[in-house]
Write a protein that binds this ligand. Structure first.
Ligand code: SF4
Ligand code: FES
Length: 382
């Protein structure tokens, strides 16, 4: 492998971002985690040298942003070395962290190593509620202290709040919290139902009236806080008119490397049966981007069926989310049922309305080795 080999297929634009899932270990146990149900154990994690080679290949390929993620990336002993490698290669590094555990103790060293940006997850505003959602006592004060240290160092801070029925009443509070903590950006991201969130869908699904109210709150705050706080809003798919271009379109913008070195076009791609994934231990990143069967499977528009095939939005949203199409329609090449043009859309909307009206079941918390089966295969097609 030539680590500095550029994109071997110049006809395919280079990816913009690399999501480096350094570990699946995490002190939190969020029930909406996008990690797979079968989490990689520590013994399967790539070593430092392999990550450094992958980062070198990423820079050679033209990748600009590296999201150091997990799990909790600061759980790795080599997080500072990995961050320093990003800085040396000119890669913009974004630490996606829970802010608990060892995160605060490593922050100064990460800053010194050249870390560019911090994205901190916040599960709720009220501490008791937040800690119930994250499944960890005493997490909230740690997060607040961590955020204070980030801004104290002058690092740009983004707060990420995943919204669901357990915290949708706190949207205004998340905005106030972001302002109070000096964050530059807030992500109000309604839950996307893959991975653990799919298992917990009935516990997480909000009702339409609350969703609409949360969108109005964000729109008003955007106006009020112009120039002070940027608010990104991810609307919930099940109540949407059109789907989003998931991962920026399949094989168009993003590469996701798992702790064990498997390279995915999106974080839930492993739920699609029959896809062949390649590993960074066997192929260069450039080779994987250009030629790995998992990346070529749904790239572009040739694979599309109707109504996507003849739709004038097909190069805007790229047919929505393949993983959601599989989960809900039983066919990864189907139009994402979140789209109002999908024949299944009305059923999806009805399912969301029904689940949101029921008493929520208890959370199934994210756990390594939990042996939870994805419900996708048994009850998939609507
Ligand atoms: Fe997008 Fe397909 Fe819906 Fe058209 S039919 S809006 S391409 S998902
Ligand atoms: Fe896989 Fe959307 S999560 S394409």
């Amino acid at each position: 492998m030539n680590a500095l080999a550029p994109n071997p297929r110049p006809d395919i634009p280079a990816p913009v971002g690399l999501l480096a899932e350094l570990t699946h270990r995490c002190p939190l146990r969020c029930p909406y985690c996008s990690n797979p149900l079968e989490l990689d154990r520590r013994s399967r994690e790539l070593d430092t040298g392999t990550w450094q080679r992958v980062l070198t290949e990423a820079a050679g390929l033209g990748i600009l942003h590296v999201h150091l993620s997990g799990g909790e990336p600061t759980a790795r002993d080599d997080i500072v070395d990995i961050t320093a490698t990003c800085a040396r290669l000119g890669l913009y590094s974004n630490l996606i962290t829970s802010g608990v555990g060892k995160a605060i103790d490593k922050l100064q060293a990460l800053y010194d190593a050249g870390l560019d940006h911090v994205q901190l997850s916040v599960q709720g505003v009220d501490a008791q509620n937040a800690e119930k959602i994250g499944g960890l006592r005493n997490a909230q004060p740690q997060k607040l202290a961590f955020a204070e240290k980030v801004t104290g160092l002058g690092l740009p801070l983004t707060l990420n709040s995943v919204i669901h029925r357990g915290n949708i009443h706190e949207v205004e509070g998340f905005i106030d919290l972001a302002v109070k903590l000096g964050a530059k950006r807030l992500e109000v991201a309604h839950t996307q139902y893959y991975g653990w969130a799919y298992v917990n869908r009935a516990a997480l699904m909000p009702n339409k009236a609350d969703v609409d109210a949360s969108i109005r709150i964000v729109e008003a705050a955007r106006e009020r806080l112009k120039g002070q706080l940027v608010i990104d809003l991810v609307v919930p798919d099940y109540y949407a008119k059109y789907p989003k271009a998931c991962a920026g379109g399949w094989g168009r913008k993003l590469m996701n490397v798992t702790p064990g070195g498997k390279v995915l076009p999106c974080h839930a791609a492993e739920t699609i049966p029959g896809l062949e994934f390649w590993y960074v231990t066997e192929h260069s990143l450039g080779d994987i981007w250009a030629n790995a069967p998992a990346f070529t499977a749904y790239r572009g528009t040739d694979w599309m069926k109707e109504p996507c095939r003849s739709c004038d939005r097909r190069e805007k949203d790229w047919g929505g989310c393949r993983c959601q199409a599989l989960a809900l329609a039983g066919d990864a090449a189907a139009t994402d049922p979140a789209c109002s043009l999908s024949p299944l859309h009305a059923k999806v909307r009805a399912l969301a309305t029904e689940e949101a009206a029921e008493t929520p079941p208890d959370y199934t918390y994210r756990t390594i080795g939990a042996n939870i089966r994805t419900p996708v295969k048994e009850d998939a097609p609507l």
